[in-house]
Design a protein around this ligand. Structure first.
Ligand code: SF4
Length: 247
């Protein structure tokens, strides 16, 4: 088993001390090797935000069995695309083949309306925030359930993407079925690990957009082999926390 190095970082978040304890590989790895630590840190950031901002009058609406948000585009950091592909490969048959088919069907449906090509064109031409939002709504209107959604619950909950961990709302669940910026009330996070690592770590594979839409992850990894440099786990995490501390 790969040797791990324990680490501890103390922060102040929402006026309260937060102690982060995690372990990362001692050997040289791509950012994929520190993903478990990032997932753990993201969970702690989200839990701290919930403690700080959620009260009885406005509880979190998200719960198992409500997969309304799991029909939205999920932006993956480049290295998370390799993680999702590996998660699928570890599934037992016949589930693995069924999940792969859902990914393929979702991509085919989006390709029929030229969704990905339009997004790339918009971003290359310098788009507005509103245009990206509108494009995300086009995805949602296709009603493509996430390939991991089973009985409206996430079947890969411990392995789910960073962006999924950060999506929590206090507005009624029905608003997530027709999402709009003025009806869906998100828990606003001071630190969104998903966004930070998308900006911090990518290769020449990913420029515009800065993420891989999860539904395209399996297709994407086949044509984009992992080109990340390898560094020791503590070096990756030093970069991450230096970036986190930037104004
Ligand atoms: S990975 Fe899980 S939480 Fe994320 S969209 Fe899919 S089913 Fe929902």
């Amino acid at each position: 088993m790969a040797k791990k190095v324990p680490a501890q970082v103390n922060l102040t978040l929402y006026g309260k001390p937060l102690e982060l304890k995690f372990a990362v590989p001692a050997d040289k790895v791509t950012p994929l090797g520190v993903l478990p630590a990032l997932q753990q840190i993201d969970n702690q950031f989200v839990d701290t935000a919930v403690e700080a901002f959620v009260d009885r009058a406005r509880p979190i609406s998200c719960r198992a069995g409500c997969g309304a948000c799991c029909r939205q585009v999920v932006p993956l950091a480049e290295f998370e695309a390799y993680h999702i592909a590996a998660v699928v490969e570890r599934l037992p048959e016949p589930r693995r083949s069924a999940v792969k088919q859902r990914f393929a069907d979702g991509c085919a449906q989006l390709d029929r309306i030229g969704w990905l090509a339009q997004l790339q064109q918009q971003l290359e031409q310098g788009t507005t925030h509103d245009a990206v939002q509108s494009h995300a709504l086009d995805y949602f209107r296709q009603n493509i359930a996430c390939p991991f959604l089973e009985d409206e619950s996430c079947s890969i909950h411990p392995e789910r993407p960073l962006a999924c961990r950060e999506y929590l709302v206090t507005s009624p669940a029905e608003h997530c079925r027709e999402p709009a910026p003025d009806t869906v009330e998100h828990i606003e996070l001071k630190f969104q690990v998903s966004r930070l690592v998308r900006k911090l770590w990518h290769t020449g594979h990913v420029t515009q957009p800065d993420s891989v839409p999860m539904i395209y992850a399996l297709q994407w990894v086949k044509t984009h082999p992992n080109q990340f440099p390898k560094k020791r786990g503590p070096e990756w995490m030093q970069e991450f926390f230096a970036y986190l501390g930037k104004p």
